[in-house]
Design a protein around this ligand. Structure first.
Ligand code: ATP
Ligand code: MG
Length: 367
């Protein structure tokens, strides 16, 4: 008897709702295509709109249900017009990231034919890398929990860059395993440690732990880059990289830079993975400027749905989901190659629903 995974779905605000619906439709179609039962969806109300209506950012019991699920899928959260009394944004997802120790932020960056391409060099068509961003400590350590920044009157403010052995060992192992997995599918088998080990003791420690973990993975080639040089290299020769593992703030900046080289926000998928929980969402926000107009590109969310199926497939009871994840990735690639995916975000004629239908058609046609 095949099991079906239990997914907590937080559609959230603005276009989050549309792109989450698009993803659920695609996932349901692909599971049907490979002959697997659909996901068991537990929808949880949360977000800025929910906060405006109820004074809570997530429904009572919602976090506990998310904790019990096999994975969490999120559309997008936040509306500029709705804030806490102190001016900060409504962000239950940041609390979930902290509570569930989702330390491995996975940000794939891939070039698609007929999608915007900023680099003229023909090798840019081969851009296919992943930025692995540590997501619970680093320079965001102070920012993650309100009150951690050290404010000394009106004369000085200190934020802390924290690197711990415990998180770093797991992060680097995650990076090596990801490089192995990609190598098995034709990837370069290369993991690059991106830091600033020449200047910061914390970053030297980050690299030291990378070197300690390295011998466990003899089949993976390794490289080192200081973050400033990496920024230059991401513009000069992004096709030379495979998996980049880095500190929280560096990963935040580099993933926007790399995302800008190919496509745009509507293509940026994201996974946030811990040892016991994982959250999948597009990297973009709720985009209130285009909400409710069927204009949002749902592909970032749909590709995040593929990341979710692939994550579930790493557990034996859900191993068959790997085929479904692959089918989604191939459908998106084939759709761009044949110029059948023309999102409005890239000046095309296809809104959210049309892109979603086309992906479902492409999945149906796959051999
Ligand atoms: P957040 O603070 O939540 O990251 P943000 O202010 O960075 O939000 P986003 O919502 O990520 O803003 O998007 C910025 C702009 O990019 C949007 O206003 C929208 O015009 C465009 N955009 C974002 N996502 C998409 C998408 N999926 N399809 C089309 N355009 C998008
Ligand atoms: Mg943003």
């Amino acid at each position: 008897m095949q099991q079906n995974a239990r997914i907590a779905v937080i559609k959230g605000d603005g276009i989050g709702v549309d792109v989450a619906d698009a993803t659920l439709a695609v996932v349901s179609a692909v599971l049907d295509r490979v002959g697997l039962p659909g996901l068991n969806i537990d929808e949880i109300a949360a977000g800025a709109g929910y906060f405006r209506d109820t004074g809570r950012d997530i429904e009572p019991g919602g976090e506990e249900r998310a904790a019990e699920s096999d994975a969490i899928f999120m559309g997008a959260i936040g509306l500029p017009s709705v804030r806490h009394a102190d001016g900060t944004e409504i962000s239950p997802h940041l609390r979930l990231r902290d509570r569930f120790e989702l330390y491995a932020g996975v940000r794939p960056v891939r070039a698609y034919p007929n999608a915007p391409q900023r680099l003229a060099d023909p090798r840019a068509a081969g851009i296919d890398l992943v930025i692995l961003r540590e997501s619970t400590e680093g320079l965001f350590y102070s920012a993650a929990v309100h009150g951690r920044s050290q404010i000394i009157g009106d004369s000085e403010v200190r934020d802390t860059l924290r690197i711990t052995r415990s998180i770093c060992e797991r992060l680097h192992r995650f990076g090596f395993r990801l490089a192995e997995k990609r190598k098995a599918r034709g990837g370069k088998g290369l993991l690059t440690c991106v830091d600033k080990a020449n200047v910061f003791a914390s970053m030297a420690f980050f690299r030291k732990i990378f070197d300690e973990v390295r011998p466990e993975f003899p089949d993976i080639a390794t490289g080192y880059n200081y973050v400033d040089a990496q920024a230059l290299d991401l513009v000069r020769q992004p096709w030379a990289f495979d998996v980049l593992v880095t500190e929280n703030m560096f990963g935040d900046i580099l993933s926007d830079l790399a995302g800008g080289l190919v496509g745009g926000m509507g293509m940026a998928s994201c996974a946030e993975i811990g040892d016991h929980h994982a959250l999948f969402q597009p990297a973009h926000g709720s985009a209130p400027d285009i909400m409710g107009q069927d204009k949002a590109n749902p592909l970032a969310a749909i590709l995040s749905g593929a990341l979710m199926l692939d994550y579930l497939a790493d557990r034996t009871e859900f191993a068959a989901y790997a085929d479904a994840a692959k089918l989604i990735d191939e459908a998106v690639m084939a759709g761009f190659s044949a110029n059948r995916l023309r999102p409005m975000e890239f000046g095309g004629d296809m809104g959210t629903r049309a892109v979603t239908r086309e992906v479902i058609d492409l999945i149906g046609e796959s051999a």
